[in-house]
Design a protein around this ligand. Structure first.
Ligand code: NAD
Ligand code: UD1
Length: 344
């Protein structure tokens, strides 16, 4: 089992991945500044995963903090063998308003991380990339060989990091996995950890669960005139536990791969669902009605994003196993047990 640094490990996807990695017996160090998360998520992840996590509060852009993490692990005779890099900023609208902050945290943060890794001879890295780097595609399903065409600073910063990591892999001494997530939703089936957005959610799924919890009134469906089966936007939603398990597979794969490895993999189910499919699926899974009205399209939205996850299956032996009903049931278990998230 490996000693692994998880940046952004207290966040939505990071906390679920910590549970899966603890269950597999890995030793974890989490670096997080808690700018978009709570230490409570890590306390609960430890209980669920049955292990302990060494937690460092710090900024991914701070070289001294990163160097100390690697040096301390070496001194304790548990050198860090791999990094899973979740820490970053992810709100598209915010990235348009504050491009400098997005380039700084996402690109400069990643650059600082890989420099510290290099200095400590740790050259195995799993990186959180995103489906939004495909831009506004017209051919489906999306495959990894299609050229990225990012249209906002968030996606541009993620694509820049992918390119930096690919260049490192080309030197012959790095093992890299760029994982392009589609739309992760749901929660750990215990309802103990889940997605905890600050303020009113931008994303569909937490908006729906907060309506069910009585925190919000009604959903605005952004457009019903897209060229889709019911006119509403299609996305490739996947259960966050499936996504967490994909990280465990990617880590195992890289740890036994040759040093010049660079993987780029789509992670989704391959089954696109419309906004109304999700609303009705949630109603069926939970028995709770979701009030909605049709509104204008949201600027920047694309009609459809749907991937082929075949390469991930061939390379990692991973597929998403959980259904929309599982995503809804588990997401609701989390929201109903924690109506205000980690803030009691
Ligand atoms: P999240 O905001 O819940 O988690 C990110 C974590 O990083 C948080 O715990 C936050 O406190 C931490 N962080 C932010 N800036 C930091 C900094 N400067 N130093 C240290 N820690 C910092 O987000 P998430 O949904 O778990 O996403 C994780 C990663 O996956 C992100 O990089 C995101 O861009 C990417 N991603 C997410 C989605 C999605 O739909 N959630 C989709 C595609 C890609
Ligand atoms: C958004 C981001 C994307 C990011 C992803 C996960 C934009 C333009 N894109 O993607 O870069 O990777 O979140 O963080 O912000 N919808 C409604 N009503 C709502 C909310 C959403 O109808 O209140 C619809 C949207 O129009 C879309 C679908 O639901 O068709 C999914 O939206 P969302 O959950 O925000 O995800 P993305 O748009 O895929």
């Amino acid at each position: 089992m490996a000693s692994v640094l998880i940046t952004g490990g207290a966040g939505f996807i990071g906390s679920h991945t910590c549970v899966v990695l603890l269950e597999a017996g890995h030793e974890l160090v989490v670096l997080d500044d808690f700018s978009n998360s709570s230490p409570v998520a890590l306390e609960r992840a430890q209980l669920l995963g049955g292990g302990s996590i060494r937690c460092v509060r710090g900024d991914i852009r701070d070289p001294a903090c990163l160097n100390a993490i690697f040096a301390n692990a070496q001194a304790a005779d548990t050198p860090i063998e791999a990094v899973i890099h979740f820490a970053g900023l992810k709100a598209v609208g915010e990235s348009v308003a504050e491009p400098l902050r997005y380039w700084d945290v996402n690109l400069c943060g990643s650059r600082t991380l890989v420099a510290a890794m290099d200095a400590h001879h740790c050259r195995t890295l799993v990186f959180s990339s995103t489906s939004t780097i495909y831009g506004e595609p017209t051919r489906f399903p999306l495959v990894e060989t299609m050229a990225p065409a990012p249209i906002h600073p968030y996606a541009q910063s993620k694509w820049a990091v992918e390119q930096l990591l690919n260049a490192l892999a080309a030197t012959g001494s790095w093992r890299i996995a760029n994982l392009r997530y589609f739309n992760p939703v749901g929660a750990h089936p215990s309802g103990q950890i889940g997605e905890d957005p600050l303020g009113i959610p931008n994303n569909l799924f937490p908006f729906i669960t907060q309506i069910a919890a009585g925190r919000l009134e009604s959903l605005r469906v952004f457009g019903n005139d897209y060229p889709t089966h019911d006119g509403t936007g299609i996305r490739d939603y996947l259960h966050v536990m499936d996504l967490a398990e994909a990280h465990a597979h990617a880590l195992d794969h890289l740890l036994s791969a040759a040093p010049e490895t660079a993987l780029t993999l789509n992670l989704g189910t391959g089954q696109g669902l419309s906004v109304l499919d999700v609303v009705h699926g949630f109603e069926q899974a939970t028995g709770i009605s979701i009030l909605y009205s049709i509104c204008a399209r949201r600027p920047g939205d694309v009609p459809r994003l749907e991937c082929s996850p075949q390469l991930a299956e061939q390379t990692l032996g991973w597929t998403a196993k959980r259904s929309l009903a599982d995503m809804c049931r588990d997401g609701w278990a989390w929201q109903s047990a924690n109506p205000h998230g980690y803030r009691r």
